[in-house]
Design a protein around this ligand. Structure first.
Ligand code: F6R
Length: 240
């Protein structure tokens, strides 16, 4: 695991954005795995700024988001599809048809199977961007999730519901279930970038990097991947 530590979040976001932009320049049809939550917002702002100032071309880029809440329509302002359109896709020259976010409504089991097929048809993910939950989740793979999972329907833990209530009026409005890429789907990405910011992530980053590989801390499985880079600010790295 390569660990890049920066003083401030803005430096973290610039470093991640730079890697992504260089990868797109090298491979214009890059397949990018994306995440939501508060952590990648600064990175997305940097990508948008670069596109506006330097014209980085997203015309052939393909994206796959990690997850979506079950029961939320793509037009729902709280859906992850809406989040991605608002913070990233809507500001780039990306073809909406090339942006994939699991559909949280309709036949969920079929959507999970189809999502994996779509990733396969794109010949896999080149770079997967991840955040991390304070309980060690990646995507919505909560502690206890089997390392053998592909895209599946998942129950959110109480910690996650509470953490994600920052995007809702109250915790009881947070959906309790989601579709998420599984641990196996994530590990199949050729490169993985994980961003963590702030003191609240310090403990879990320590466990992920130096603790045992265990389903009780899902992100620890990243120790088994050959090309993982962590992008941390000093606070998140403070217990390493
Ligand atoms: C979001 C996702 C989650 C978040 C994690 C951290 O698509 O997959 O695993 O990355 O919950 O969320 P924030 O960034 O809000 O701390």
């Amino acid at each position: 695991m390569k660990i890049n530590t920066f003083k401030d979040p803005i430096q973290v976001h610039r470093a991640v954005a730079k890697e992504i932009i260089e990868a797109i320049q090298q491979r214009p049809n890059l397949v990018l795995g994306l995440s939501t939550g508060s952590t990648p917002l600064g990175t997305y702002a940097e990508l948008v700024k670069d596109h506006q100032e330097n014209g980085t071309d997203y015309g052939q880029v393909i994206t796959f988001n990690l997850d979506e809440y079950e029961g939320l329509d793509p037009n729902d302002p709280k859906s992850y599809r809406h989040f991605m359109n608002q913070h990233l896709f809507g500001h780039l020259n990306i073809n909406q048809k090339n942006t994939h976010v699991p559909l949280g409504t309709g036949d969920i089991e079929k959507e999970c199977r189809d999502y994996e097929d779509r990733i396969k048809s794109a010949e896999g993910i080149d770079i997967q961007l991840l955040g991390i939950g304070i309980n060690g989740h990646i995507g919505f793979n909560e502690p206890g999730t089997s390392f053998d999972t592909y895209t599946h329907a998942a129950e959110l833990s109480e910690d996650t519901i509470l953490a994600n209530s920052k995007f809702f009026e109250s915790p009881n409005q947070v959906p309790t279930r989601a579709i998420t890429m599984g641990i196996k789907s994530i590990l199949q990405a050729k490169r993985i970038f994980l961003i963590a910011l702030g003191l609240s992530k310090a403990q879990v980053i320590k466990g992920m990097v130096s603790g045992p590989v265990s389903e009780s801390l899902p992100a620890s499985v990243l120790q088994n991947h050959a090309d993982v880079t962590l992008f941390l600010n000093e606070e998140a790295a403070s217990l390493l």
